[in-house]
Design a protein around this ligand. Structure first.
Ligand code: DP6
Length: 325
């Protein structure tokens, strides 16, 4: 009745933004991500007959009502599939700042899907775990798999299934996460996505262009063409943030530190270092480079006053259950 699972966060190289079905959490555009080492969520779920309500602790503290409600809805789905009526206690710990645009909902729901189904006695395949995790958060469907992962677009009648393009040993890239603010973001990606989809005049163009971006990213990954992967990732990130800025109200996740990191990365490229950036829904910047250049890139980023913390990562593994000792 109790199980612990670990899942790693991911960065989107081609971004998911917008849904065709909000209830079933179905993306309107396909996305490609890299699962990250060193950034993970570890979640323990214990179903207890004596409990009257589900309980949720995040990083050791009782979670707020909004997080709890979302998790209870998710666990209701697990109860349905696993045919149990018991309530549970959930303890979830992140190795990185929570809700600050570092994909905590991705690793969070991936770990929760795996821990909860194991604890309820109905373990699923990785593919099924990923489809379940998607109901919690779109990006969580990708975090169930290690390495490079694609989550296609879908519709209510044809929900998408995430696929691993290549595992974590395929290409030893480095990802440097420059944390410029570790406070929770001012608007969740879920809410921001909804505003943008309804209120940006450019949303349809964004969705249309993503088809080509995906195609190009898939083929660049297969060739291990770092410059093309980097340039496409940067393009998708800038396009996403431009899209958010164009909605009403305009949404801007960046701070002065975000801008400083972007400019430093552009300077590094001028100086001959192959480094590219991507930014999800938050002010943190992720620098992407080859492992040989990680130390040089880290030195330059750490010298910036706006960088509060630098997390060094690479390709990370699939979600897994922690064996009890
Ligand atoms: C910018 O997966 O957090 O990180 O499905 O509503 O939970 P919900 O949204 P979420 O959005 C992620 C947005 C992004 C891009 C990406 O990860 O592809």
């Amino acid at each position: 009745m109790e199980s612990t699972a670990i899942a790693n966060a991911n960065i989107a190289l081609i971004k998911y933004w917008g849904k065709t079905d909000r209830e079933a959490n179905i993306p309107a555009v396909g996305s490609v991500s890299l699962t990250l080492s060193h950034l993970w969520t570890r979640t323990t779920v214990a179903f207890r007959p004596a409990l009257k309500n589900d309980r949720l602790f995040l990083n050791g503290r009782p979670a707020g009502q909004q997080n709890l409600d979302r998790v209870v809805r998710f666990i209701d789905e697990v109860r349905l599939r696993c045919q149990t009526g018991h309530r549970c206690e959930i303890n979830s710990i992140n190795s990185f700042p929570t809700a600050a645009g570092l994909a905590s909902s991705a690793s969070g729901y991936a770990a929760l899907a795996m821990a909860a189904t194991h604890a309820a006695g109905c373990p699923l395949s990785l593919e099924e775990t990923s489809s379940l995790a998607r109901l919690g958060s779109g990006s969580a469907a990708r975090s169930v798999f290690g390495g490079f992962v694609e989550l296609p677009a879908g519709e209510t009648a044809r929900p998408p299934v995430a696929v691993q393009i290549a595992d974590e040993n395929f290409w030893p890239l480095a990802v440097l996460v420059a944390v410029t603010d570790d406070a929770p973001k001012f608007i969740s990606s879920r809410a921001a996505m909804e505003v943008t989809q309804r209120k940006s005049p450019f949303y349809d163009a964004w969705a249309k262009a993503s088809v080509n971006d995906l195609e190009n990213m898939r083929s660049a990954l297969q060739r291990r063409d770092f410059e093309v992967v980097g340039a496409l990732a940067e393009h998708s990130a800038l396009k996403l943030h431009g899209l958010m800025m164009s909605s009403r109200p305009g949404l801007l996740y960046w701070n002065a530190g975000t801008m400083a990191v972007i400019q430093e990365i552009l300077k590094m490229r001028k100086d001959g270092l192959a480094v590219y950036f991507t930014i999800d829904a938050g002010p943190q910047v992720k620098a992407l480079c080859r492992r040989e250049e990680q130390a040089a890139v880290a030195d330059r980023l750490l010298a910036l006053p706006g960088v509060r913390n630098l997390i060094l990562a690479g390709p990370g593994p699939s979600a897994r259950v922690e064996e009890q000792s």
